[in-house]
Design a protein around this ligand. Structure first.
Ligand code: SF4
Length: 239
């Protein structure tokens, strides 16, 4: 299978099937912690990197081959290799995946394109959106996420705020914390102010455990993660 991965059973989503909207890593960021490694280049142009009809055809074949797992499926999650909102067919894929499976749809996004109303229009059809925001300071953003030159931090933040207003489903904001890069408590206080404007349903704190793109990065110690969780308040959890 080229586009399907899993299914994976998780405490939060139940049985979830992953759909990648490209066959290679296509991303407008080059995060130092990326589990897919660094491809050394980024793209910011939106296009149909994988055809919607091919992805949906593969989903139909998976259902035929896996009738038992299909019965138990709770979510179809759009993420996979790179950034799913770079695929211009994301809205259509959400509609069709829901119609075929009857499952809920989740989108995992790096938030970079949320400033574009066309992107938001596509993904507000989902049931759950898990956007990420690792930094609110330009220098830290560039250090941790190494964005394409077309990607602007202020547009990401404005896009997240606009998404909250337009989207009726749940938003679980994810923050990937890397020791010595974005875990300074002053930066966390700044993040907190921005998060209050975004008003997500949950804040998920993560720290790299899988083999990251850059070898010399480290996870944040548990005691510091607890401290950060405390600062960010009731909605925050360590995942
Ligand atoms: S946004 Fe995701 S896929 Fe893209 S570089 Fe960062 S971690 Fe990797």
């Amino acid at each position: 299978m080229k586009y399907i991965y899993g299914p994976i059973k998780s405490r939060r989503l139940g049985l979830s099937l992953g759909l990648s909207l490209s066959t290679d890593k296509i991303c407008d960021l080059d995060c130092i912690y990326c589990q897919w490694g660094s491809v050394g280049s980024t793209v910011s142009e939106r296009k149909e990197y994988a055809k919607a009809f091919e992805i949906i055809a593969e989903l139909k074949s998976w259902i035929k081959i896996n009738p038992q797992e299909f019965k138990e499926l709770k979510f179809v999650t759009l993420s996979g290799l790179g950034e799913p909102t770079l695929n211009t067919s994301i809205g259509e894929i959400i509609d069709q995946a829901r119609a075929i499976t009857g499952a809920k749809i989740a989108v995992i996004t790096n938030s970079t394109l949320l400033g574009d109303p066309a992107v938001r229009k596509g993904i507000v059809k989902a049931d759950l959106i898990v956007p990420s925001l690792d930094a609110v300071k330009e220098q830290i953003f560039k250090q941790i996420d190494r964005p394409n030159a077309d990607i602007k931090l202020n547009e990401i933040i404005e896009g997240l705020i606009a998404l909250r207003k337009e989207f009726r489903g749940k938003i679980w904001l994810e923050i990937m914390l890397v020791a010595g890069v974005n875990d300074d408590l002053q930066h966390i206080e700044e993040l907190k102010k921005v998060i209050e404007l975004i008003n997500p349903d949950k804040i998920q704190l993560n720290s790299p455990v899988r083999r990251p793109a850059e070898k010399d990065i480290s996870a944040v110690e548990r005691s510091k993660l607890e401290k950060i969780r405390e600062i960010l308040g009731n909605k925050a959890e360590i995942v």
